[in-house]
Design a protein around this ligand. Structure first.
Ligand code: PAF
Length: 282
């Protein structure tokens, strides 16, 4: 079993002595309810570091009012056994009061990148993410930290954050892991009924449709976005599409699609809000 720490002080003491021995630390920050996507982050961290730390913390400051903070899935026992299977050394699972004690005030503001796409629908979300990530980086002081490309905007914001604030952590992006059928692994997939899950496959299929259009010579982002929307919308249980956007790799919207661009979508299906993205390969 991995070592389980709930207190910052205990985790710091442990990691301090490991670092004194010259060990390098890889860090996988998560909100728990681990799935295959997390396993890939952990596997890469395991390969590249002496010590692997996984944090499990459902961070209240990145949830808006009316979002799923109260019902976000949790299962620490299951997470611990997944961490054991993947050879994790340390799990850090603090209580909210340990991270945000009474009187806590400071918040990291990420600016423009945090206001577009996801940020337009979840105001303040990325400031909450940036705040917890900076805190966790300061607590763990890893050499490397691992982030999935499913949360592509989050990854870009964190890359910008470590550069802007001179945080000495190497950010390692890890490609999206998909279930058979193409649904990207997400802890939020548990909100889907079997029928809704079937409809959720429309997201992946819409990427395939876009890829086909692009391969056939279509380069007009507007027409591709319209085709994606129309395709997803005609599936049952789809309550709405928050956005379909095509950007360059730095999230700048594109009119003409090129290799390396990203298609990003957020779709509400049943009680779930799913995000996904696709890298355009030509
Ligand atoms: O991607 C997540 O699970 C969360 O946003 C993170 C990075 C662990 C911060 O709470």
């Amino acid at each position: 079993m991995p070592l389980l720490f709930k207190k910052i002080k205990d985790l710091r003491n442990y990691l301090k002595s490991r670092r004194c021995e010259g060990k390098e630390v890889g860090f996988v920050p998560t909100m728990g309810y681990l799935h295959k996507g997390h396993r890939e982050l952990i596997k890469l961290a395991r390969m590249q570091n002496d010590i692997v730390v996984v944090s499990i913390f459902v961070n209240p400051t990145q949830f808006g009012e009316g979002e799923d903070y109260d019902r976000y899935p949790k299962d620490l026992e299951r997470d611990l056994s997944i961490c054991e299977e993947e050879g994790v050394d340390v799990v850090f699972a603090p209580e909210v009061a340990e991270i945000y004690p009474k009187g806590y005030r400071t918040r990291v503001c990420v600016g423009e990148l945090g206001n577009i796409l996801e940020g337009a629908f979840r105001p303040g979300h990325f400031d909450g993410v940036a705040t917890i990530v900076v805190k966790l980086f300061n607590i763990v002081q890893p050499n490397r930290a691992y982030f999935g490309e499913k949360d592509y905007q989050q990854l870009k914001i964190i890359q910008q954050l470590v550069e802007d604030l001179n945080i000495p952590v190497e950010i390692i992006p890890v490609p999206i892991v998909r279930e058979e059928g193409g649904l990207a692994y997400s802890s939020r997939n548990v909100y889907l009924s079997p029928e809704e899950r079937e409809s959720a496959l429309a997201i992946y299929k819409s990427f395939q449709l876009a890829e086909k259009m692009i391969k056939a010579g279509e380069r007009d982002a507007k027409r591709i976005k319209e085709a994606i929307r129309a395709f997803i919308e005609r599936h049952p249980h789809v309550k709405g599409i928050d956005y379909v956007e095509i950007t360059d790799e730095n999230l700048k919207p594109k009119e003409t699609v090129e290799k390396g661009d990203r298609i990003l979508v957020a779709v509400r299906i049943g009680d779930a809000r799913l995000i996904d993205n696709w890298k355009v390969e030509l």
